[in-house]
Design a binder for this molecule. Structure first.
Ligand SMILES: [Zn+2]
Ligand SMILES: [Zn+2]
Length: 179
């Protein structure tokens, strides 16, 4: 069993070179991995988890997001094969490991495998594409920019955004006219 803990410094170093920093790490990333030889193949199985501070894509507030994901790879010896995509070929030469598109199977070469690039990829896959501070975050008012997650503005009361504003006006007139 192999385990690794990535702190905030590791996080910054890993993501600034990869896909760009998704947010600041709030609690260390825990990685666990079990490697097993099955014939000439290597089976890798484990998980990643951590807490990261993300920015809500609706209200722009920063919030803590706990992520966790499990993984399982079957790696075959690459032998003399070279991956068709240049990125995979570079990874195999550099890290001794490259994964297929589905991240389930891959090739390895040599006696040492550098798992760190894979871990970084797994963590980025475990993060939400569209971060939300909560599932039903109402976001910002499109009219005045107020954060509706914190307090309501009075734009809605004025009825400016409502397609029924006109109808409501007519109804008010009718009511008034009836008196
Ligand atoms: Zn939000
Ligand atoms: Zn408003």
């Amino acid at each position: 069993m192999f385990s690794f803990e990535g702190d905030a410094a590791w996080w910054r170093a890993a993501f600034e070179t990869a896909s760009g920093l998704p947010g600041e790490l709030a609690e260390p990333v825990q990685l666990t991995c079990r490697a097993q030889r099955v014939g000439s193949d290597i089976h890798l199985e484990g998980g990643v988890e951590g807490v990261v501070e993300l920015e809500c894509s609706r209200c722009l507030a920063r919030y803590r997001h706990r992520f966790s994901d499990a993984f399982r790879f079957v790696l075959e010896p690459a032998g003399n094969r070279v991956p068709a995509d240049p990125e995979g070929a570079a990874a195999l030469a550099r890290d001794g490991l490259c994964l297929g598109d589905e991240l389930e199977t891959g090739w390895f070469r040599g006696s040492e495998i550098d798992l760190e690039p894979i871990f970084v990829e797994l963590v980025s896959l475990a993060l939400p594409l569209k971060p939300l501070c909560r599932e039903d975050c109402p976001g910002l008012c499109s009219r005045c920019g107020a954060n509706l997650a914190v307090a309501r503005c009075d734009c809605e009361q004025k009825g400016l955004d409502s397609p029924f504003a006109v109808l409501a006006g007519i109804r008010d007139d009718l009511v008034r006219g009836g008196n």
